[in-house]
Design a protein around this ligand. Structure first.
Ligand code: SAM
Length: 286
């Protein structure tokens, strides 16, 4: 069905299936006709691509993806939506719905079995309660994905796409910058959804790097240091890392000096390379 953004159609389909919105599952469906085609176009839904969608709702984005990509696999947790989707996506034979919690799906296996011979992209209007865990899972597993194009809350989008060395950044920004290049594609107002959420949204895109930054000997330790560095934003790098990781202040100060940084530097001032150098020096002194 082509008009799944239409409020009248949504209401009619919902009523016929006795479906009501679940706030807990982040069910705010898109009712702005221009948004899904833009996500699909910018998000690499095209010939030669398989697209993984997370959270279908009644299939408004799925429909635009299926029109353009070779194959769409969409993971939807809400069992009540399966009969709805069987109806709204009936015209497509290149769509597979997986009725499961995306956080429990073996995504590496799914990508390998469903998208063999295809390039892979992820497109979604994400349920906001799991924005960061979903994005981090997709990145950390090093899945063979070209781009991740997702709708997130506007504030989250600013943080996720922050550049290293700026005030907006946090530990999640470090992880994203490590695996991908991030940018905000466009903003979407709260009125574009039914029911309207309390905040505006934006669509962000992560283009995965062919290789991650050089110089990290132990990724687990590096990300622990990154989390520690941003755990208490008002404190200096030395104090926050020392208290978050339980490492003696003198040792942290030693690593800061060895990395050629100012003694009272704050985490938000660091470039990726400086953070890597610091973590490597810290590994050696503890
Ligand atoms: N794509 C639709 C749209 O744009 O109108 C729906 C987007 S709505 C913001 C989020 C969707 O994700 C809902 O359909 C919800 O049921 C689904 N969802 C929530 N938690 C999920 C999870 N853990 N795994 C898979 N789907 C989930």
């Amino acid at each position: 069905m082509d008009d799944l953004w239409n409020i009248g159609t949504i209401k009619e389909v919902m009523q016929r299936h006795g479906f009501t919105f679940s706030k807990a599952l982040g069910q705010n469906f898109l009712v702005n006709p221009s948004v899904c085609p833009r996500i699909a176009e910018l998000g690499n839904a095209k010939k030669g691509f398989g697209v993984l969608e997370i959270g279908t709702g009644i299939g408004v984005l799925t429909n635009e993806l299926a029109k353009r990509a070779d194959k769409v696999v969409a993971v939807e947790i809400d069992q009540r939506l399966i009969p709805v989707l069987n109806e709204t996506l009936a015209e497509y034979d290149n769509v597979k719905i997986v009725n499961d919690d995306v956080m429990k799906v073996d995504l590496a296996k799914l990508v390998e079995t469903e998208f063999a011979g295809l390039d892979v992209a992820v497109c979604a209007n994400l349920p906001y309660y799991i924005t960061s865990p979903v994005i981090m899972t997709l990145l950390e597993q090093r899945l063979p994905i070209k781009t991740i194009t997702v709708m997130v809350q506007k504030e989250a989008g600013t943080r996720l796409c922050a550049k290293m060395g700026t005030r907006e950044m946090g530990a999640v920004t470090v992880a994203i910058n490590y695996f991908a290049q991030a940018k905000v594609l466009f903003n979407v107002s709260r009125g574009s959804f039914m029911p309207p959420p309390n905040v505006d949204s934006c669509v962000v895109q992560f283009t995965l790097r062919d290789s991650t930054p050089q110089g990290v000997t132990d990724e687990k330790f590096f990300f622990r240091v990154a989390r520690g560095a941003f755990s208490q934003r008002r404190k200096t790098l030395c104090n926050s890392v020392s208290s978050a990781l339980g490492i003696d202040k003198a040792d942290v100060a030693c690593a800061i000096e060895a990395a050629g940084l100012e003694a009272n530097v704050r985490a938000e001032k660091l470039s990726m390379q400086q953070l890597i150098d610091f973590a490597e020096k810290l590994r050696k002194v503890i």
